[in-house]
Write a protein that binds this ligand. Structure first.
Ligand code: ADP
Length: 264
């Protein structure tokens, strides 16, 4: 909308009733997007009005995981987001041809996020989830500026090395004065298909370590909201656009995710 003034972000207005969660991680590949999509689907299944902004601009994958293959449409000067599994979703991938890469610098990212938040017609949402890129980059800073009331949800694996990086990503909250709602540990062991004994593929204790570290650095209590095991059904659900919380809600990963959604 060249030349016109930027619209206000409705979620940042005082008195907004929408809870905004920015889902962050230190590294890529820890399951941040899978967690975002499943939490969104679980909350929508519970009757909440839910939206997801795929703010992982370079690594966008939310629409596929959510099964959202519709395109946004324009009504007057607002963008109508497609929805899937009861969740409204917007992603940069909906505006790039084919699988073209996004080659942008910081200011463009900020502008895209601004538009996703202010120019998309979200309606009255109960919850908005933002799937952030891994790490502490431009987007995390833009989120803090555009929606200072967004609370941060940190996703980590149990691995100590990964936890260290996740803790760093979460501690950005000190500088931006944001609240950290909690830590989710993903890929917390895998039941052996032969004997059912848990195999700690990525070690143990990462979630607890991040929560304790962030409690110390922020001075506020940061809880571990739950641990999600490695589960083939979760991965398959992501590939097929059918979140495991809906297709197999009582599977180990499905029930862990639903319990976390209930705490938000
Ligand atoms: P990130 O957003 O952190 O980059 P993704 O959500 O894209 O991570 O997950 C990376 C890959 O790992 C995906 O293929 C996803 O399906 C798989 N995955 C994530 N969590 C689990 C889990 N608990 N069990 C099995 N596969 C998982």
């Amino acid at each position: 909308r060249g030349g016109t003034a930027e619209r206000e972000v409705p979620f940042a207005k005082p008195g907004s009733l929408t809870r905004v969660y920015a889902v962050a991680s230190g590294k890529g590949g820890v399951g941040k997007s899978s967690v975002t999509v499943n939490l969104a689907a679980a909350m929508a299944a519970d009757g909440l009005k839910v939206g997801v902004v795929d703010a992982d601009i370079y690594g966008h994958s939310v629409p596929r995981m959510l099964g959202a293959d519709g395109k946004p449409t324009q009504v007057e000067n607002m963008i109508m987001p497609p929805s899937a599994n009861g969740v409204k979703v917007i992603s940069i991938g909906m505006f790039t041809p084919g699988n073209a890469p996004v080659v942008w610098r910081g200011p463009m990212l900020h502008r895209a996020l601004q538009q996703f938040l202010a120019d998309v017609y979200w309606g009255d949402l109960d919850v908005l989830l933002l799937d952030l890129p891994p790490g502490t980059g431009d987007i995390a800073i833009s989120v803090a500026q555009l929606v200072p009331n967004a609370e941060i949800l940190v996703v980590t694996t149990p691995q100590q090395a990964a936890a260290e990086v996740a803790e760093r990503a979460g501690s950005i909250a000190v500088q931006t004065h944001q609240k950290i709602v909690g830590v989710v540990e993903n890929m917390s062991g895998m039941p052996c298909p032969h004997c059912d004994e848990m195999v700690d593929v990525f070690g143990t204790g990462g979630g607890q370590r991040v929560a304790e570290g962030l409690t110390k650095t922020t001075g506020a209590n940061v809880p571990v909201l739950g641990s999600i095991p490695i589960d083939v059904r979760l991965r398959e659900g992501g590939d097929e656009g059918k979140p495991v919380v809906l297709t197999d809600p009582d599977s180990p990963a499905g029930s862990a995710l639903r319990s976390i959604a209930g705490k938000l």
